[in-house]
Design a protein around this ligand. Structure first.
Ligand SMILES: Cc1cc2nc3c(=O)[nH]c(=O)nc-3n(C[C@H](O)[C@H](O)[C@H](O)COP(=O)(O)OP(=O)(O)OC[C@H]3O[C@@H](n4cnc5c(N)ncnc54)[C@H](O)[C@@H]3O)c2cc1C
Length: 587
């Protein structure tokens, strides 16, 4: 591109603008399998910087068509959502402030429905997108509050990316994902102006539409798009407990809407555009501030560990466990356990000198058991949490009694330290793999599939049949309670056939997932890796509505192009990392 991007941007930008080889290398990777070098990386000081930047890109797009903006928070995206060819906008350097974290007064504690479950909203926080979750959590916990959709990458990721990807985690079974915790967003739209996006009453919605400006047109056109295609949109909602694929058109309009603006009374919030922005991976607008709901922490917890020597009765077991309403239901397989044993010194290092000894001793009974009975095919972690020891112990007792008909060994942990070792294996397995494997590389592409738990006994053997045909080692860990499994193969990226194999396995596995009405992306979103499959997942009609949605928000295609819509399998193949050297630039 014949344009001195750095110097042009510097003319109006207060923050940093960098295009050294080192910076471009660093930002050419996220936690996905892609490498895409940006032209320049910018670090905005505030939303004023961003407004100018968006306006400048919009004004120059026609003359310089490759110009575009890719928002990026901590860059841990596994689908390639946080990398782009033109301008990458990093929020973590300056736009990382916590404005407030506070409990709501007891009378203002409100119930919220996440699926059919009632969750009590006890707190609220206002944060900028570049705030790392690890910097946010201590302040919240100090006030007895928690953002319960935190991820397994909570020590690495930032809150902006959680909104961008509609993230979820081990507590999602009971509390839902990020879309359930967004109260209000500040966002810069493609016209370079900053807007507040929040749920609206009918009257407020028609007032927006009456503005007749860029913002008003978005509300008008999205409302029309949803109204004209209601039937299809409602049917398109994936029938699983969490989904991050596509644009969530089915969540925007709460009720039937009487089209006559005259009948616009009532305080009920009926139209919520935040539902479309969450999980849109920066393709519709750039989020500059988030107001989020928080829940109260629960002081007591206990873990029941179930060691399954085979998985034939997994579906039945999960169904039985879910009847007891655990706080979380997680799992990891034998390959993950083998890795944990192999990289045991890494776990020890994290514990510090005293913790190290306790941790080592806590594992001895496990190692003896594995020597006697072999490594369990799947380990399930069932956590109960609550206000008192008695409440939790009773729940645990009832579950253990119900599980007597299953032929699996069960362990109820006695202390937090004992529980931690199982959580460490579950949470750290992927990070360990990424760090350690030398000649091969973790390849997240079918890592986020989800089907309803009742299909697991039929689905999992079929999945294993597919994977068996390829010379790849896979680890499986995940959110068994949601039927969401993270399947991470190890692959050799110096081999020229790897991109073909990735596409072939994706085709087969996603087709199987769609057969069971599942989603290819429960929480890691579409990015470069899954966007080309959105047409197959949702069909022509809904995919075209996604294309229209993108056009309504971003008519010039300046916001994170190539994600969600307009993605191709060729682009995917061409940008997969190829050399051992490429593997070194990773978050
Ligand atoms: C070891 C490991 C474990 C993981 N475990 C989980 C897990 O348990 N659950 C889970 O959900 N994910 C998981 N992930 C994926 C990832 O960490 C999460 O999706 C995380 O929330 C992304 O946050 P981030 O700050 O790194 O976002 P980024 O990678 O920076 O961005 C993610 C997406 O959001 C968009 N975005 C970022 N900031 C903005 C903004 N200000 N405005 C608009 N769009 C924006 C980006 O364009 C991108 O498309 C894991 C990743 C790793 C490496």
């Amino acid at each position: 591109m014949n344009l001195d991007l750095k110097n042009e941007i510097k003319k109006f930008f207060k923050g940093d603008v960098e295009n050294s080889e080192e910076t471009r290398d660093k930002y050419s990777r996220d936690a996905s399998i892609f490498l895409i070098r940006p032209e320049v990386v910018v670090f905005p000081k505030d939303s004023e910087d961003l407004k100018q930047l968006v306006k400048w890109v919009a004004a120059n797009k026609e003359k310089y068509p490759p110009l575009a903006l890719t928002p990026r928070s901590a860059g841990t995206c596994m689908s390639g959502g946080a990398i782009g060819e033109s301008i990458v906008v990093d929020f973590t350097r300056y736009m990382n402030k916590i404005e407030k974290i506070e409990q709501v007064t007891p009378y203002a504690i409100t119930p919220k429905y996440v699926g059919s479950k009632e969750v009590l909203i006890s707190g609220v926080a206002v944060v900028e997108p570049g705030c790392y979750y690890r910097d946010f959590e201590p302040g919240a916990i100090e006030k007895g509050l928690l953002l319960p959709c935190y991820t397994a990458s909570k020590n690495l990721n930032a809150l902006g990316g959680m909104v961008g990807n509609n993230s979820a985690g081990e507590k999602t079974l009971n509390y839902g994902n990020m879309e359930d915790y967004v109260k209000e967003l500040q966002a810069i739209f493609a016209d370079g102006r900053e807007y507040t996006v929040k749920p609206l009453t009918k009257k407020e919605l028609y007032a927006k539409i009456a503005q007749g400006d860029f913002e008003g047109e978005i509300y008008k056109n999205i409302l029309k798009l949803i109204n004209d295609n209601k039937e299809y949109i409602n049917k398109a909602k994936p029938q699983v407990s969490k989904n991050s694929a596509g644009y969530y058109l089915w969540n925007v309009l709460a009720n039937e809407l009487n089209e006559n603006p005259e009948h616009s009374e009532g305080s009920e919030k009926i139209f919520d555009l935040t539902k479309l922005i969450v999980g849109s991976q920066g393709t519709l607008c750039i989020v500059t501030k988030m107001t989020i709901h928080l829940v109260s922490t629960k002081p007591v917890s206990k873990l029941v560990v179930i060691f399954m020597k085979d998985i034939t009765r997994l579906g039945e077991l999960v169904d039985t466990i879910l009847l007891h309403h655990p706080e979380s239901l997680e799992s990891y397989d034998d390959e993950t356990m083998k890795l944990a044993i192999k990289f045991f010194p890494d776990f020890l290092k994290k514990k510090g000198p005293v913790g190290m000894i306790n941790f080592m001793f806590s594992f001895l009974p496990e190692i003896l058991k594995m020597k006697m009975f072999g490594i369990p095919k799947l380990t399930l972690l069932v956590e109960f949490a609550g206000q008192s020891e008695q409440e939790i112990s009773e729940k645990v007792k009832r579950l253990v009694s119900d599980l007597k008909s299953f032929p699996y060994k069960i362990r109820v942990t006695n202390s937090k330290a004992e529980s931690e070792k199982y959580w460490d294996i579950r949470r750290e397995s992927f990070a360990l793999l990424r760090k350690h494997v030398k000649d091969k590389h973790t390849a997240p592409f079918i890592e986020d599939i989800i089907v309803r738990p009742e299909f697991l006994p039929e689905f999992l053997p079929k999945l294993q049949m597919i994977l068996k045909n390829y010379p790849i080692t896979v680890t499986i860990a995940g959110h068994a309670g949601n039927g969401n499994f993270h399947i991470i193969p190890l692959m050799d990226f110096s081999s020229s056939v790897t991109p073909e194999i990735i596409l072939e396995i994706s085709d087969l596995v996603f087709s199987l997932v769609f057969e069971y009405k599942g989603s290819m992306a429960a929480e890691h979103n579409d990015g470069i890796i899954r966007s080309p499959f959105l047409l197959q997942m949702f069909g022509d009609k809904i995919y075209n509505l996604f294309v229209e949605t993108k056009k309504i928000f971003d008519p010039q295609n300046i916001l994170n192009p190539g994600k969600k819509v307009g993605a191709t399998k060729d682009y995917l193949k061409e940008h997969i990392i190829k050399e051992a050297h490429d593997l070194s630039h990773k978050v």
